[in-house]
Ligand binder design. Structure first.
Ligand SMILES: Cc1cc2nc3c(=O)[nH]c(=O)nc-3n(C[C@H](O)[C@H](O)[C@H](O)COP(=O)(O)OP(=O)(O)OC[C@H]3O[C@@H](n4cnc5c(N)ncnc54)[C@H](O)[C@@H]3O)c2cc1C
Length: 405
């Protein structure tokens, strides 16, 4: 692995650091009263307040052309290389920059509209996503289609200039605050019966404010409502909102999911900061824990695991740079990331003592309940972006090539 930077990469990094040094502190001072934690606040008021802060940060980034560096220059990006994406993710993690308004839009849906959209579609929606004008969600999963996504059954029937949609999406993150969504629907219902379920799927951009769409937030185990059921009852979507051709939805979706992997390079740095933070907090709220030999061992192991995760990511990236297939590093990195995220959250509550389990608003909550939230929330990491079991299947099939009868 050779990760030495070219002069261009060095200049890219210097420009980013200089920009952050000029803008980040000023932004944080202006938005000091609305912390990130408000996203965890009860009710939509807290969420919306935090979203306004995120919108402002995304706009600040966009002002410096730092919101979507992987996008083409013509659409407000920087055509960043893989290495520049690594530099960007690691630097942003090191500076602990605020969350952006619409990760789904910037990392997945925007690139897909740029890749598959008509000129008119691009002109209409790409600037909207980039400048955080509206929030976007991604409606793929259904009650009978999660890991087996191609089993989706929300049906879209062409009727004049529209498609008419009926069915149910579920786990659609932030649908209740989104104006637009990229949805996968079935335009050929016979495909499942014919044993070709990846065919007959179409990608549609949906205006979530039209009649016939009901959005029901789902309360998660942390008590938050961040994802939703989306129910379609004769909802009409113009054919002009179709992304790609009819029946091409699977290819559009695979590109979208592929983009989820971009930006993971900074995760190890973020985890390292979390580990340092929990040890520091333990020093004041539960110092005896730091003398416990078992907990000390777990801290040391977490350090090693974080370093391993960082190197595993680099190995996957170096294969990408050499145009080699990045098996099995990508599924292994996903497995390692979810394992580590949950291990660290468990370590935090053990280090910080019983008060760490008190939720936001509860008496004696540590750091406003942030560690309790982390503990509950990290359960999602073994489900989202491909479940643990499915990643293991991929390693078994494609990397180890275990025999199948
Ligand atoms: C926080 C969060 C946010 C999400 N946001 C979105 C979103 O914005 N948009 C969206 O479309 N979806 C979203 N999802 C849904 C997510 O994509 C699905 O939860 C995921 O694909 C798993 O599908 P499922 O929940 O239907 O579980 P299932 O696929 O039904 O799996 C249930 C269990 O069976 C196991 N299993 C399934 N198939 C196999 C197999 N072949 N071999 C072995 N074990 C198997 C799984 O590992 C799991 O343990 C989100 C999920 C979470 C947790």
């Amino acid at each position: 692995m050779d990760f030495s930077y070219t002069a261009e990469d060095e200049a890219f990094r210097d420009e980013l650091i200089e920009w952050l040094d000029t803008h980040l502190e000023k932004f944080l001072a202006e938005w000091a009263d609305t912390g990130e934690d408000d996203l965890a606040g009860a009710g939509s008021g807290g969420v919306m307040q935090a979203m306004e802060r995120r919108r402002a940060w995304q706009r600040t980034l966009n002002g410096g052309r730092w919101a979507a560096i992987g996008w083409p220059e013509e659409w407000g990006g920087r055509d960043a290389t893989v290495i520049q994406n690594v530099i960007y993710s690691e630097t942003m993690a090191r500076y602990r920059t605020p969350g952006i308004f619409n990760a789904n839009g910037l990392w997945q849906i925007g690139p897909m509209i740029i890749r598959w959209g008509t000129e008119a579609q691009k002109r209409r929606w790409v600037p909207n996503i980039l400048d955080a004008e509206d929030h976007w969600c991604q409606g793929f999963s259904e009650p009978e289609a999660g890991s087996d996504l191609a089993n989706l059954r929300t049906v879209a029937v062409a009727d004049g200039d529209d498609y008419v949609l009926n069915g149910q999406k579920t786990w659609t993150s932030s649908a209740h605050i989104a104006r637009w969504g990229l949805f996968l629907v079935r335009t050929d219902p016979t495909a499942i019966g014919r044993g070709v379920k990846h065919e007959g799927i179409t990608a549609l951009i949906v205006d979530l404010e039209v009649d016939g769409i009901e959005i029901r937030p789902i309360r998660d185990l942390a008590g938050e409502e961040m994802f939703c059921d989306v129910l379609f009852s004769d909802a009409r979507v113009p054919v002009a909102y179709r992304l790609g051709e009819e029946g091409e939805g699977w290819s559009v979706a695979m590109g979208t999911l592929g983009n989820e992997r971009v930006g993971t390079a900074g995760l190890a740095i973020g985890m390292r900061s979390d580990l340092d933070a929990m040890v520091n907090v333990a020093r004041s709220v539960n110092p005896a824990a730091l003398d416990d030999p078992i907990l000390r061992d777990r801290i040391a192991r977490a350090h090693t695991d974080i370093e391993y995760t960082r190197l595993l990511n680099y190995r996957a990236l170096s294969k990408i740079l050499r145009n080699e297939k990045n098996w099995p590093e990508v599924p292994l990195a996903k497995l390692q990331w979810s394992h580590l995220a949950q291990t660290l959250a468990e370590l935090a509550v053990d280090l910080l003592g019983p008060a760490a389990m008190v939720a936001k608003g509860g008496e004696g909550a540590v750091d406003g309940g942030a560690w309790n939230r982390l503990y509950l929330f990290q359960r999602y990491t073994s489900i989202g972006a491909g479940t643990t079991e499915v990643q293991k299947n991929i390693v078994a099939d494609k990397a180890i090539k275990l025999p199948r009868r």
